[in-house]
Design a protein around this ligand. Structure first.
Ligand code: ZN
Length: 182
């Protein structure tokens, strides 16, 4: 059952861990992917990484297509690897389901190629350029190495963003709610 309570919020230490490779697609891995997709759709997110539901394994789910529609096009990426990240750098105001109430402008390469296994164990290649998918792939894979969007900020900005997030959580902001960008 999808639940906002399932989503790990900043500053939980599980968001800072390097996650383990998945050796085999077991029923538990399938169930985890289902649970993550349910939570992601509940919160209207475009991506979710396993540590965000407290599981320290290299699994992410992404759907950049459905926002505001019923067109679900979920991707499940097991052990995703960035093969290339290049092209012009782009600024994008990112949100994160683990950081309610804030968005953070992050500069990333605009073009990315990622390889990952799917739930059938097949290796698939994803390529994205200059779109939400390019941002989302990099943001979610960062989570698997314990890196979050606030880590791109300098120390003062980061402290301010974390304080704003903490306040938003105290005031009842739910995952997926993003405040005004500064
Ligand atoms: Zn995130």
């Amino acid at each position: 059952m999808a639940s906002f309570d399932d989503i790990v919020l900043s500053p939980d230490p599980r968001l800072k861990q390097r996650c383990a490779e998945i050796e085999e697609v077991t029923p538990e891995v399938r169930a985890l992917a289902e649970r993550m997709l349910d939570d992601m759709y509940l919160a209207y997110g475009c991506g979710l990484a396993a540590p965000q539901v407290g599981e320290l394994v290299r699994l992410v789910v992404i759907d950049c297509d459905y926002a505001g529609t019923d067109n679900r096009n979920p991707y499940v990426l097991i052990n995703p690897r960035i093969i290339a990240a290049d092209g012009e750098e782009r600024d994008f105001a990112e949100g994160c389901l683990s950081f309610p109430g804030i968005s953070v402008t992050v500069t990333r390469p605009s073009h990315v190629i990622v390889e990952a296994e799917d739930l059938e164990g097949d290796t698939l290649r994803y390529e994205a350029s200059d779109n939400l998918m390019a941002v989302c792939l990099q943001h979610e894979i960062d989570h698997l190495d314990g890196k979050t969007m606030v880590d791109y900020l300098g120390p003062i900005e980061r402290a301010r963003a974390l304080a704003e997030c903490r306040k938003a959580i105290e005031e009842g902001a739910l995952p997926g709610e993003v405040g005004d960008e500064e």
